[in-house]
Design a protein around this ligand. Structure first.
Ligand code: ADP
Ligand code: MG
Length: 204
């Protein structure tokens, strides 16, 4: 059965690119305007997300499986939100493809992508916050982790390349994440509100 549903708006980008900041301010702005909109965050289960993240360095396949499990378990909750409002998602399956997928050889990466298509909801629009990895690392240096800054920089460069390629192929909205939070919420609001009137759609 086909039913009308809210729009799923995905925010993607490397750690520190400003997704959470923009997600909160966009949702706040739209709510003030009377728009029904919910904030969604992946990974949704924090404990499962922490396990998935800690597996990332040594075993990207296990890590991707755990992130995907979290996504599958919470899909009904996301669908329930979409039945009654728009949703701004702070990360989606594209994060799994960018982080873990880019660490896998091509065949495993394609399999991972097919799995996401089976498990995850395709966003109506994807916004990529494009920030040079070195700048992102400066913003999140306190989040640390066990890896050296050089290792982290190399990883974020790989992930950023993966995002760029998906953004090009998928026609994503690309925002220069070096702009101020105020400018970014303004730009995103304008682009996404115009988009909403242009391509209102139904989903299954
Ligand atoms: P993400 O969710 O993508 O990891 P955050 O929104 O948590 O990124 O932002 C990471 C850090 O950078 C935070 O300290 C935040 O205050 C800061 N920050 C977010 N957006 C910007 C921006 N546009 N310019 C400068 N600093 C920012
Ligand atoms: Mg965040």
């Amino acid at each position: 059965m086909t039913r009308a549903r809210g729009r799923l708006i995905a925010l993607e980008g490397i750690d520190g690119s400003g997704k959470s900041t923009l997600a909160k301010s966009l949702v706040a702005r739209w709510r003030r305007r009377g728009r029904r909109v919910a904030l969604w965050r992946e990974p949704t289960d924090r404990a499962l997300g922490a396990r998935a993240a800690s597996a990332n360095d040594d075993d990207p396949r296990l890590s991707s499986a755990l992130f995907t499990l979290d996504r599958a378990l919470h899909r009904p909750q996301l669908e329930a939100l979409l039945a009654k409002s728009d949703v701004v998602a702070d990360r989606t399956f594209y994060s799994t493809l960018a982080y873990q997928g880019s660490a896998l050889e091509p065949r495993a990466r394609r399999a991972l992508e097919e799995m996401q298509r089976a498990v995850a909801l395709e966003p109506d629009v994807v916004v990529w916050l494009d920030l040079p990895p070195a700048k992102a690392l400066k913003r999140v240096h306190r989040r640390g982790g066990s890896r050296s800054p050089l290792e982290r920089l190399a990883t974020l460069r790989r992930v950023s390349r993966a995002y760029r390629s998906m953004a090009d192929r998928g026609g994503w909205l690309v925002l220069d994440a070096e702009k101020s939070p105020r400018e970014l919420v303004e730009l995103a609001d304008r682009a996404l509100t115009e988009g909403a009137t242009r391509r209102r759609r139904t989903g299954s």
